[in-house]
Design a protein around this ligand. Structure first.
Ligand SMILES: *Cc1c(COP(=O)(O)O)cnc(C)c1O
Length: 487
């Protein structure tokens, strides 16, 4: 039963009401759902209905079957993975984008879609202090919204490969190598897998704060060149997924500037939005990034207030991207495109068509303002500092690395004289915590140390949630330690 506009008006108001109810009640839900695998298949029919159904029935089923199966990432006690503080402003941006439903792949397939994206990517570059080389308005570099940081990295590997093989025609493609470190997000290895390329995973050490040093890069490069290989890109990280480590970008560029046609992509998927605050620019090595990086990526859809998906990618030389990805069949040729007076974003990403993602980013940047955006980032960092200070003075827990922005990484402090290892204790604590549905945290390995990650940044998290989380973790740790010492 297709909906006419007046029925949409009515159903739309109801949908907004139910979204509001969900937000009001968020903290009454558990963070993690209690459903069992396969629960939904049991609850819903195994084929689409032959005859259209009433919309009202569908919304009732949404309430009844979908909401109970949600992990509530917006919950104030969500500290797992990374924060995704989606906003109501971005929700509305998505709603209008979806109502227009046009896949602006060329400028003339929807001029507003291309032009707004080019503009808000320049706004964002300015918000983060990126060099004007990366602005769309200067016509040599530019910014584009991708679906994910993984896709951003993949596209950059393709651009880097194309630049390298154009510089060195006849290069044996089997000898090309992507560089990542043991702390790089799996997106590097995945890009290699997708493209059928080699990848070298360079070791980093706790004594360096898990940061890639110039000498390690130099050594890997020399060994590979000696072996007849062609390293052509490094994916360096500002704010690694496991511990928020920052690669030594100044040393990396000192070394990499001497490698011919070598691309450096900066993956700052989670931490990059902290560049909106001038006080965090030095620690992120913004100066060096501005002077030398070939590309830079950060996700607005993580800590940056924009609902999934919205990954911001900037390149210094858009020509490298377009040369690698431009395929223009007759039906896509346009006067403006041929003249090069407009951006055709289809040449800047993997697919042809694209969503109108810039609308939600525009809504958020306008509603928050740069000041509101910065305040959101500073609040996440403040709250994490509070948590890290509590852990720092705890008898049961210890920080494994220095807190990074809004992320802390800790383990259980093994008491003297127990036979159980620290890793076993941390694993037991994690198991206890994940059995609870009222807090969400995740674990990771930093080299050989098993750690628990505590990632702050949900919009509704306040001091009281941090304190409650710390108390809950401490009380589980105490019970755990009491159980082993009584054995
Ligand atoms: C989360 C994260 C990614 C992956 O982001 P997607 O957008 O989901 O691909 C990559 N790199 C870092 C550093 C991350 O924190």
């Amino acid at each position: 039963m297709s909906m006419d506009v007046e029925s949409f008006r009515k159903a739309g108001y109801q949908a907004i009401d139910s979204i509001c109810d969900f937000h009001y009640n968020l903290h009454n839900h558990n963070v993690f759902s209690a459903v069992e695998p396969g629960y939904l298949r049991k609850a819903l029919p195994d084929h689409a209905p032959e005859h259209g159904e009433h919309f009202q029935d569908i919304t009732e089923d949404y309430q009844k079957h979908i909401i109970p199966g949600l992990t509530i990432w917006q919950h104030p006690s969500f500290f797992a993975y990374f924060p995704t503080p989606g906003t109501l402003e971005a929700t509305l941006g998505d709603l209008v984008a979806s109502s227009i439903s046009n896949p602006g792949f060329n400028w003339d397939s929807s001029p507003a879609s291309t032009e707004l994206e080019a503009l808000v990517m320049d706004w964002s570059a300015k918000l983060f202090g990126l060099d004007k080389a990366f602005y769309n308005e200067n016509n040599t570099g530019g910014g584009v919204i991708q679906t994910t940081a993984s896709e951003s990295a993949l596209v950059m590997v393709v651009a880097a490969r194309s630049r390298y093989t154009r510089t060195y025609p006849g290069t044996d493609l089997n000898k090309l190598v992507i560089y990542v470190t043991t702390q790089t997000h799996s997106l590097g290895v995945k890009a290699a897998l997708i493209l059928g390329l080699r990848v070298r995973v360079i070791d980093v050490h706790l004594k360096d704060g898990l940061s890639l040093r110039g000498c390690a890069l130099q050594q890997a490069y020399e060994e590979d060149k000696e072996a007849g290989l062609h390293p052509f890109i490094l994916i360096a990280t500002v704010g690694t997924t496991s511990s928020g480590a920052i690669d030594n970008i100044p040393e990396i560029f000192t070394v990499a500037r001497n490698f011919p046609s070598f691309w450096v992509h900066i993956d700052a998927a989670w931490a990059g939005v902290a560049l909106s605050c001038p006080e965090h620019r030095d620690i992120c090595h913004l100066d060096e990034i501005n002077r030398f990086a070939d590309s830079f990526c950060t996700n607005f859809h993580k800590w940056g207030l924009v609902n999934h998906d919205c990954s911001a990618l900037w390149v210094r030389d858009r020509k490298c991207l377009i040369d690698a990805l431009d395929i223009t069949p007759e039906f896509l040729k346009t006067k403006e495109g041929e003249q090069g007076t407009v951006i055709d974003y289809r040449n800047w990403h993997l697919g042809l068509s694209r969503r109108f993602r810039s609308l939600k980013l525009w809504f958020v940047l306008r509603c928050y303002g740069a000041e509101g955006f910065r305040e959101h980032i500073r609040k996440g960092i403040r709250l994490n500092d509070r948590f890290a200070t509590l852990v720092g003075s705890s008898k049961e827990l210890a920080l494994v690395t220095a807190p990074s922005f809004s992320l802390s990484v800790f383990c259980v402090r093994a008491p003297e004289g127990v036979t159980v290892s620290q890793n076993e204790l941390t694993l037991d604590l994690h198991t206890r915590l994940s059995a609870r549905k009222d807090i969400a945290i995740t674990k990771t390995y930093l080299n050989d140390i098993l750690c628990i990650r505590f990632a702050v940044g949900a919009a509704r998290t306040e001091e009281k949630h941090i304190d409650a989380a710390f108390e809950l973790i401490t009380s589980e740790a105490r019970q755990l330690l009491a159980s082993i010492s009584s054995v």
